[in-house]
Design a protein around this ligand. Structure first.
Ligand SMILES: NCCC[C@H](NC(=O)CCC(=O)O)C(=O)O
Length: 444
């Protein structure tokens, strides 16, 4: 049977904006109050997804969430008509309004953790939506994420959906951004790497001093239990707290893996050698550990360029390619490193650059925009086929974006009640295009 690693990219929602909501995420903070272009953002994302589909990759799209989130605004005491809820919130608590308007569900690397059927005891593919408790604007995503995932991966014969973990800091969970799977072939049992920022129940364990560690060991272990993984197939690695304090808020800002390749910065982890030995013990295949030294790429350059927030994909030819943001071309040290990488005799043979600047300005690179789902051909056939990228869906979604999206949005605009109508009209049509059913609260 054939096996694939599919990428499901988040479609950028109509309220994409820069509100500076993510303390610890350097780009989010430094670009706060910039004017965004939701139309361009959505199109940049579609271009990348289509390019991967054109390379012969299995590529899907995940629908965005309903924003403004009027339900949360009402839950915290704003009342009256929809327009009044926005007006009151804008006046009394603009930051809370901003949190309820973020299009942050576009970063589907944080939507969930996924374990392919080759790794799980029941032979099903498991999904656990991330609770994202560390950031208010993201903590309101998981329920709808669960519905969208269930509508996309709907056949219970193949797909096992869990609830998100308890909504408490002890279980801070950011999904696949802190999870990588190494394997020989996608369809063979692999080793799942869970990278966490802190141990919530051990006050003496190392943790960052300046910025939050969003992922806990307790959350990672809970996901591994839920997904019915064998201990022999899991490695739990602590992220280096010093790099979290330098803006590495998720592991996918400092490391990325694919099949038998782990590409990471020298400073990414704690106890690196010990953990590499554990991976080698647990995965009996030829492995490539590509460690990037600080002398070649400083942490600051990695964070600015998102060298590690690249996708490493295996092309149908069997060669690997890196999907990088154009920001990597613009950073001399990083560009030089990527050119050198192609000469190093690893499976990575090409680097392809994509402009995803609208997302990058909020700290989301190519890898943040996608959720990886390794599947066999029967599982691919069981996916909701209307979510899979092809010429027709690409054309349809571009028209849909042209029809419904603004090309300019400021945080002041978030109080505009017309945005509610625009967003709901767009999403209602989208659920028909992607045959998702009534996944949104306003449809229920
Ligand atoms: N995986 C990339 C996630 C980026 C995301 N940025 C944001 O939410 C920024 C939103 C804003 O500031 O408007 C985050 O930090 O979780």
């Amino acid at each position: 049977m054939k096996h694939f690693e599919a990428n499901f990219d988040g479609l950028v929602g109509p309220t994409h904006n820069y509100a500076g909501l993510s303390f610890g995420n350097v780009a989010s903070l430094s670009n706060a109050a910039l004017v965004s272009n939701p139309k361009a953002a959505a199109k940049q994302g579609l271009q990348k997804a289509k390019a991967l589909a054109d390379m012969g990759m299995v590529q899907g799209m995940l629908a965005p969430q309903e924003r403004p989130d009027l339900y949360t605004l009402r839950r915290i005491g704003f009342s009256g008509s929809d327009a009044n809820v926005l007006k009151q919130a804008a006046k009394e608590a603009p930051m809370l309004l901003n949190a309820c308007c973020s299009a942050s569900s576009m970063w589907t690397a944080n939507a969930a953790t996924v374990s392919p059927s080759a790794d799980t005891r029941d032979g099903k593919l498991h999904f656990t939506p991330a609770n994202l408790v560390d950031k208010l604007h993201r903590s309101i995503e998981p329920l709808t994420t669960g519905r969208i995932l269930t509508a996309t991966f709907s056949d219970p014969h193949y797909f096992h959906h869990h609830s998100h973990l308890p909504e408490h800091n002890s279980f801070g969970d950011e999904g696949a951004a802190n999870h990588t799977r190494l394997c020989n072939e996608y369809g063979h049992a692999g080793v799942e790497l869970f990278v966490y920022g802190q141990e919530a129940t051990n006050p003496n364990a190392p943790k960052p001093q300046k910025y939050p560690a969003r992922q806990t060991l307790e959350a990672s272990m809970a996901v591994a239990r839920l997904h019915q993984l064998e201990e022999e197939n899991c490695v739990f690695i602590q992220q280096n707290p010093d790099v979290i304090d330098q803006g590495v808020f998720h592991n996918d800002v400092i490391a990325v893996g694919n099949q038998n390749v782990l590409f990471y910065h020298e400073q990414a982890f704690l106890n690196t050698q010990h953990k590499i030995d554990e991976i080698k013990r647990k995965l009996d295949t030829e492995l490539y550990f590509i460690e990037v030294p600080t002398a070649k790429v400083a942490i600051n350059d990695a964070v600015k360029s998102y060298l590690f927030n690249t996708q490493i994909i295996t092309l149908p030819s069997g060669e690997m390619a890196i999907i990088a943001p154009t920001d990597c071309q613009e950073n001399p040290a990083v560009f030089a490193y990527l050119n050198e990488l192609l000469t190093l005799n690893t499976p990575i043979k090409q680097v392809l650059y994509f402009d995803v600047k609208q997302s990058m300005q909020n700290g989301g690179g190519p890898a943040c925009l996608r959720l990886r789902v390794a599947m066999n051909e029967m599982e691919v056939a069981a996916v909701n086929q209307h979510t899979l990228m092809n010429d027709a869906l690409f054309a349809r979604l571009n028209l849909w974006v042209d029809k419904h999206y603004r090309d300019r949005l400021t945080t002041q605009d978030l109080a505009d009640p017309q945005l509610i109508i625009e967003s709901r009209t767009a999403l209602d049509e989208l659920t028909q295009i992607m045959k998702l059913g009534s996944v949104y609260q306003f449809q229920r």
